[in-house]
Design a protein. Structure first.
Length: 84
């Protein structure tokens, strides 16, 4: 039996995605690496809120999709045979 995706699992998935997003930003973008040390740069004003919003929408979308496709109703599928 498959359990629905919980809010804590969604939060962990969001944290993992945010960590990976910022890690990959730092590894592959030298211009963003340079802007991290300036508090008034575009990195803190545009990239961070945009990345966090995108990760949150993706995590919520995954949670909705997983929970929506779960089978509902009688999972045991017990059938009563009145003829026996």
């Amino acid at each position: 039996m498959v359990k629905p995706m919980s809010w804590s699992m969604t939060a962990l998935m969001f944290a993992w995605m945010a960590t990976c997003t910022f890690g990959l930003d730092m590894v592959f973008s030298s211009s963003l690496r340079h802007q991290v040390f300036s508090i008034h740069s575009d990195f803190w004003q545009l990239a961070v809120p945009g990345d966090l919003l995108a990760d949150a929408i993706l995590a919520l979308g995954v949670r909705f999709a997983v929970n929506w496709h779960l089978p509902g109703g009688n999972r045991a599928k017990a059938e009563i045979n009145p003829g026996s």
